[in-house]
Write a protein that binds this ligand. Sequence first.
Ligand SMILES: Nc1ncnc2c1ncn2[C@@H]1O[C@H](CCC(=O)c2cccc(C(=O)O)c2)[C@@H](O)[C@H]1O
Ligand SMILES: [Zn+2]
Length: 353
Amino acid sequence: MTEHLVDPDVPRDLHAFIAGLPKAELHVHHVGSASPRIVSELAARHADSKVPTDPEALVDYFTFTDFAHFIDVYLSVVDLIRTPEDVRLLTYEVARDMARQQVRYAELTITPFSSTRRGIDEGAFMDAIEDARKAAEAEFGTVLRWCFDIPGEAGLESAEETARLATDDRLRPEGLVSFGLGGPEIGVARPQFKPYFDRAIAAGLHSVPHAGETTGPQTVWEALIDLRAERIGHGTSSAQDPKLLAHLAERRIPLEVCPTSNIATRAVRTLDEHPIKEFVRAGVPVTINSDDPPMFGTDLNNEYAVAARLLGLDERGLADLAKNGVEASFLDAPGKARIADEIDTYTAAWLAS
Ligand SMILES: Nc1ncnc2c1ncn2[C@@H]1O[C@H](CCC(=O)c2cccc(C(=O)O)c2)[C@@H](O)[C@H]1O
Ligand SMILES: [Zn+2]
């Protein structure tokens, strides 16, 4: 972990434990994972871009006044991805950054509509992500899977295009496991996307929409009922509705919690006000994720450190949290068992040393 991300309220040896802990990440965006190193390389290829290349300037550029401002900046980085080779570079380099954090498995949220509407050939796009996925697994040992998400604010045209790309047998990539819905929630009602989720689910994909990130618990109910969500992206406002918390706990529906993201987009005021403790207290399965890590000045290891502080966790508690991520993933049973065993072996060796 880089020095600036070390939370001073978490003991140093717990940081070291987290750094070596095998992890699964379930909520992390493709473009939103472009580190300053990757952004610089892409910006150098496309010199007309307004995105700064200097890492110092990027810190200011990635400081958001609200969620709408975050989406504006996000789309300026999307504009840097112009060719299949850009797509491949981004995907492969993101996997390298994940492997450095001992991420063994990640479901990466990709918005193919943003690339196809910018003129990248759809077949070449799929080939680029699949080529990067296979190379990353072989070279870094990190297994990648895809979630294709609808950028809700771009309307039903984007929903139709995303559903087509996700369900057409000639296009659908081998690594695709789930179907999502992202972007702003205010003014973008979830139920209108039901027909597209129905198609994706009928084609064997899992449903994982964002909900309750910037709107109230009713949006989470809509994601559960209309979109048949199996996990909820963020679900932050669920804490306002005890019946919803009880429902999530009883049905074992995990929340993909991304604490630092919620502060950076101003969805939650301060980390100490984050409802993660309420989720755990209510028995809701909680997973820890990084969302758009470089844009939010974080990484997955730092999110585990934040969770350790907010939840008062020691090594065993952190290992259980990592196992929640594995359990909530769309890996098959042997794949889950392999990473869970690795977590147990690592934790036992650490505690014995
Ligand atoms: N925390 C987040 N919460 C929600 N979403 C997040 C988060 N982080 C990243 N995203 C991503 O932002 C995209 C938004 C893209 C979008 O709104 C849009 C609108 C109009 C046109 C176009 C275009 O490409 O032409 C795109 C989402 O699809 C999602 O993958
Ligand atoms: Zn997200």
